[in-house]
Write a protein that binds this ligand. Sequence first.
Ligand SMILES: [Zn+2]
Length: 214
Amino acid sequence: MDVVVIDPGHGGRQTVGGSSPNNAVGPAGTLEKDLTLDIALRAAPLLVDHGLRCVLTRDTDENLGLSARARVAREQRATAFVSIHFNGFNRRAQGTETFVHAGSTPPSTTLARLVQQFMLDATLLADRGVKRARFGVLAPASHHPSTAACLVEVSFMDVPEEEQRLANPSYRQGIAEALAAAVSEFVRGASFQLPAEVAMEAPEPEDGYELIVR
Ligand SMILES: [Zn+2]
């Protein structure tokens, strides 16, 4: 049975192995680490419903180092690894984006495209594309060579309207369903029509936008 590992980003109160306890914060105080855990806990039973074995890197408010998160997938020889994050920048930037490691293999790109496409159907936000970045949690050296790995930034939760939307459990459930459907689609290897315009390289920073180390 295929194993998929879902990694709720951040957690706990201290930085551990390059993983900060929290990054994005909503205007009303919502914490990214709580949203990532909520989505993961919702996605896990859905993945089981899809006939997969799902392992979470954490199921409580604790932090794991970036390589420790990857190690969970490596030890399971996972077919897919998805790290869940929410973004924050200037309370105006918005959109959904998914990352693969700059040194990743084609299956990771396939997984990332599916996650991006399904997630856009749930968030209905701007398509910021599939991008490459050297995120530690995706480092090929930390993963099993046969594991496809990506990191999704579901939305910018520091935008007030988005924080309010994320307070709605049905929206969060929709995000979890999109994640589970994308991973399931990847594992089944079913053919999937991808839009030709998916950008594979990170666009130039706009308005001083820079990736926040997480
Ligand atoms: Zn994050």
